[in-house]
Design a protein around this ligand. Structure first.
Ligand code: SAH
Ligand code: SF4
Ligand code: F3S
Length: 438
């Protein structure tokens, strides 16, 4: 068995992806080497997601594959949201797991690793009572051009369906100074795009005397020399205020895209979900964007089949799609989650009905996207080149408004990381095709 090698697989949202970058950096600094398969690794880590039941099941099916490795010296760690949610119960369910640690404990990883290597077979890092510093000197980023920065951890909302407040704990904002220092350092290292992360970035509040709100932070990060694009995710509609749109309007470095999860188009369901806004209040936020100086693409998340959702409620959601004309949406069947308020709500929607609503919703949105994307044919958009699709002979680019725009160019190498103008020539439901403007 080779010593000090590790393998990590990551599930879930961008916050988890970024957490894994921190974990990888920490392990490398501790002298571990990363390997590409769990078979080769001495330490196998799963950074897990618990947002829906399916996501949670994934880690247990992965662990199941290695049940026979128990006692052979290979170490298994469960990190992230399932770890925080299930805690020590994971040791019972998968006895070969030796480490269970939630996202608030990654700064303590070096100590946890020492315990593991010393032979402790039930090592835990589960405290949410964190004195987290957000400073991540070891972060090993996956992408050399686009970097994530955590600005706020946890969530103080209590949406009736959601595990996040339990898996990531209460809201903690990072100081503006610390965010700026990391962003400047990244700019110096050649990163040109920054994505500010949090479960609810809009409720960011600088805990230092400066007391910046989110709009101020956005404006400041966008002024850093060398940074060409700034994105952020996720916004909660309740806290999405005019000042944010004004900051975006004032500086095109702040990308032409807002992800504003609505969850439902019915005020009745929104109240049951405890989302803290009505349909009309949500539409007022959308109006802020539609009447702004720039054209912003708007995307959302929707849950179908929340307990008590009637056909009429669902139709309100379909009607909302017509009204808003989203550029893209993520849609989910409601999944009952442990600890959440919705778990005990009556009038569960049957699985087949959820599936039916999901299909109708997705079909409707597909038609909207086909139409909206077709409107862009003939326009020129700047893309950040993200990669190359060799079989198709195309480069893969991303526009400021977060569309994938694949394009042809006379060069066949060396464009990744560059910003180029591309004319859109064709469109589909999920992407655009074009030619570089030379
Ligand atoms: N903090 C973000 C999103 C968190 S989770 C926000 O407030 O919007 C990402 C998405 O997963 C949510 O927007 C929601 O649409 C979906 N989701 C969360 N819990 C879910 C559940 N129990 N069942 C189905 N979808 C869920
Ligand atoms: Fe979950 Fe609601 Fe918090 Fe988003 S705002 S993380 S959906 S509780
Ligand atoms: Fe999943 Fe945790 Fe993110 S539950 S969506 S990984 S915050």
């Amino acid at each position: 068995m080779p010593g000090k090698t590790f393998y990590i697989e990551t599930f879930g949202c961008q916050m988890n992806a970024h957490d894994s970058e921190k974990v990888v950096g920490t392990l490398l600094a501790e002298g571990y080497t990363q390997v590409a398969t769990p078979e080769e690794a001495h330490l196998v880590l799963y950074n897990t997601c618990s947002i829906r039941d399916k996501a949670e099941q994934k880690v247990f099916s992965r662990l199941q594959q290695f049940k026979r490795e128990a006692g052979k010296g290979k170490l298994f760690g469960v990190l992230g949201c399932v770890a925080q949610q299930e805690g020590e119960k994971i040791f019972e369910r998968a006895p070969h797991v030796t480490l269970v640690a939630g996202s608030a404990s990654y700064t303590k990883l070096p100590q946890l690793l020492v315990q593991l290597e010393a032979g402790n077979r039930r090592v835990t890092g589960l405290s949410l009572d964190t004195d987290e510093t957000f400073d991540t000197p070891f972060t090993r980023r996956d992408n050399p051009h686009r970097a994530y920065i955590t600005i706020i951890e946890g969530c103080d909302k209590s949406c009736a369906y959601c595990v996040v407040p339990f898996t990531r704990g209460p809201e903690r904002s990072r100081t503006g100074e610390s965010v700026m220092a990391e962003a400047r350092r990244l700019a110096e290292q050649g990163y040109t795009e920054i994505q500010l992360l949090g479960q609810n970035v809009n409720s960011y509040r600088d805990p230092s005397a400066a007391g910046w709100d989110f709009a101020t932070l956005l404006a400041r990060v966008a002024e850093i020399p060398g940074i060409r694009r700034v994105r952020y995710t996720t916004s909660h509609p309740r806290d999405f205020v005019r000042a944010i749109v004004e900051a975006m309007d004032a500086n095109p470095v702040l990308c032409d895209h807002v992800h504003l999860p609505v969850q439902s188009g019915s005020s009745r369901v929104l109240a049951a979900m405890d989302r803290l806004y009505t349909r009309d209040q949500y539409l007022e936020r959308i109006e802020l964007l539609k009447t702004a100086r720039r054209r912003y693409s708007i995307t959302t998340d929707i849950i179908v089949g929340f307990p008590g959702e009637t056909e009429e409620d669902f139709e309100r959601t379909l009607d909302l799609l017509d009204k808003v004309q989203y550029d893209s949406l993520f849609s989910f069947k409601y999944s009952p989650r442990p600890n959440t308020a919705a778990l005990s709500m009556p009038d569960r929607v049957p699985e087949e009905e959820k599936q039916r609503r999901l299909a109708i919703l997705q079909e409707k949105q597909r038609a909207i996207q086909i139409r909206r994307n077709a409107e862009l044919i003939g326009e020129v958009r700047e893309v950040l080149v993200e990669g190359r699709n060799v079989p198709l002979g195309q480069w893969i680019g991303r526009t400021s408004d977060n569309r994938t725009l694949n394009f042809t160019h006379s060069e066949t190498e060396g464009l990744v990381g560059r910003y180029l103008d591309v004319r859109v020539t064709r469109s589909g439901p999920n992407s655009l095709v074009g030619e570089a403007v030379v």
